[in-house]
Design a protein around this ligand. Structure first.
Ligand code: CTP
Length: 216
């Protein structure tokens, strides 16, 4: 199948030398891309700024901001059979980007932020995507309840939920421990393991669940 994967953080500029971003390393998304390629799928990776080498054999589109990622997803989603949204997209960006470096004149500085585009949330409603849709839910409390709510709100077929309050897993870590949340309230915990091993397992689940003839 043809698979679109988003990965990494986004950077939202404040001025020519500063930005808002987050701790995402892109490792989970890049591991998923690699595992999907190894399983024989065609992969389009839309990546925010990361230091990882891109796996060879895929189509890579580099973006910086949430808006650029939104545009890239909208352009490239048609023709894909499945999409996995593993990017840690900034939820807010500075409402104004100033063209000159902000000088430290006052003792305090207030930044006004505005919401970014909800990329995953636009896939069904705005882009009319009918393929298999996978989102991530990074939560610090009520993991399963928040993940199930996200699954319904965004029209996903699968949410990969991880508890980011635990150290050593998730954001900027080599390992992850997730729970799969499916429509109908079904959940499946997967054990803590390297992101590489987990990615292989996740791609196998996604291939099985998205196959029209397979039992869900
Ligand atoms: N996501 C996205 N675009 C955004 C924000 C998030 O595509 N602007 C995607 C992420 O890649 C992830 C999923 O949405 O797959 C969940 O992101 P999260 O920020 O946890 O979801 P929200 O609905 O924004 O919920 P919250 O209120 O917890 O921030």
């Amino acid at each position: 199948m043809r698979l679109l994967i988003t990965a990494g953080p986004t950077r939202e500029p404040i001025d020519p030398v500063r930005f808002l971003s987050n701790r995402s390393s892109g490792r989970m998304g890049y591991a998923l891309a690699e595992a999907a390629l190894a399983a024989g799928h065609e992969v389009l990776l839309i990546s925010g700024p990361v230091t990882l080498p891109p796996p060879s054999g895929l189509q890579l589109i580099r973006v910086e901001t949430a808006r650029e990622m939104f545009d890239a997803v909208r352009t490239h989603l048609p023709g894909c059979d499945a999409a996995i949204f593993s990017a840690a997209v900034a939820d807010y960006r500075p409402a104004q980007v100033v063209s000159q470096k902000i000088k430290k004149t006052a003792d305090t500085l207030t930044l006004q932020l505005e919401r970014t585009e909800d990329i995953l949330g636009s896939v069904r409603s705005q882009f009319g995507f009918h393929g298999f849709l996978v989102g991530f839910a990074a939560e610090t409390e009520n993991l399963i309840a928040h993940a199930q709510d996200k699954l319904l709100r965004k029209g996903c077929d699968l949410i990969i939920a991880n508890d980011v309050s635990q150290s050593g897993i998730g954001f900027d870590s080599l390992e992850n421990e997730v729970t799969l949340c499916l429509p109908g309230g079904q959940t499946m915990p997967l054990p803590r393991q390297s992101k590489t091993a987990l990615a292989r397992e996740l791609i196998a689940h996604i291939s099985r669940l998205s196959s029209p003839q397979a039992p869900k």
